[in-house]
Write a protein that binds this ligand. Sequence first.
Ligand code: F6P
Length: 323
Amino acid sequence: MARIAVLTSGGDAPGMNAAIRSVVRSALAAGFEVVGFRTGYTGLIAGDWRKLGAREVGGVMHLGGTMLGTTRCEMLRREQGRRDARRSLESAGAAALVVIGGNGSQTGAYELAKLGAPVIGIASTIDNDLYGSDVTIGATTAVDVALQSIDRLRVTAASMRRAFLVEVMGRDCGYLALVAGIAGGAEAIVVPEAKSDPAALAEELRAAYARGKSHAIAVVAEGAEYDGDALMEYFRAHRERLGFEMRLTKLGHVQRGGAPGSFDRMLGTTLGAAAVEAAAQGRFGRLIGYRDGKAADTPLDEVAGRTRPADAGLLELARVLAM
Ligand code: F6P
C-alpha cells in the first residue's frame, strides 16, 4: 500500500493538529497508509517516525501546538542533512511527504524537492507572511489571543490614564500587529512595512489624550524598525517632555499557544485534504495555501525564500480609524 508521510516544522501554530488529522484521515480514506515524523526535519533526518491511524489523530483538533512535535532544524540547512533527509524518506517507504510549516520550512521543502523528494507543503505560520496563501494556519487564532490581552490592557490603561506599548510577534511581517491593532482599537500601530519614528508615535499618543481619550495603546510588531524595547528607551528618555507614563507588554510566545479557533480548524482541515489530493494526483513540489476562499497551490520555487508583506491598505485604514 502506498504511504504518505507528514511532519510539522518551524514554529508551532494553532490548527496544525487539524491539518495533521485531515492529512491522516483523508489519506486513509483514499487508500494510503500514513506515517508521521516526530519533531519536524530533525525527526526526518533521524528516521524517527510512527504509523498514524484514524484513532491516533482523535481528540487533537481543539489543541494548540502540534502532536508530532516540531523544531527549527539547522541540519537541513546543510547539504549532508538534506541528503540524509531524502534517504530517510525513502527508507520509510513514503511516496509523498507533507510538510506543514512556514517560510523556513517551505524553503527546506523546496530544497528537498530539488533532490527529487515528492514534497507537498501546507501553509502554516502565525506570521501570515507566506507567499501563495491569503491566510496561513494559526494566524487568526494568534490575532485573537493578542486581542484578549489588548482588551485587558485597555481596562487598566484607562483606569490609570496610562499609555501602553503591546509588542506582538510576526517576525518581519506586520500582519499580527495590524489586525490585532485595528480590531483592538489601538491608537497607533507600528509595523516593519512602514518607517517608524518614536517622536511621531509619541505625538500620536499625546494627541489621543488631547482628544479626550482616557488611554493610549500602541501595538508594535517585533520586527518593526523600532521594537518595544527601542521605543521604551525613547519614552523613558523623554518622559518629562511627553507628560504621560508608558508601560511595555511583550506578548511573545503566549500568542502561539492558544487553542485553535473555528477558522484555523477549518483551514487546517481544508488544506490537509487538498494536500492528500495533490499527493494522489502526483502534483509534487507545491505549497497548498488558501486563496479566494479555497485551497490553491503554488510551485515551491515561487514560495521559497520569499515573504508576503502585510496589506498596506490595512495600514491606511488603521491611521484613519485611530481618530
Ligand atoms: O514564525 C513564528 C514565530 O512565532 C515568529 O512570530 C517569531 O519571531 C518566531 O517564531 C519565534 O521563534 P522561536 O519560537 O524559535 O523563538
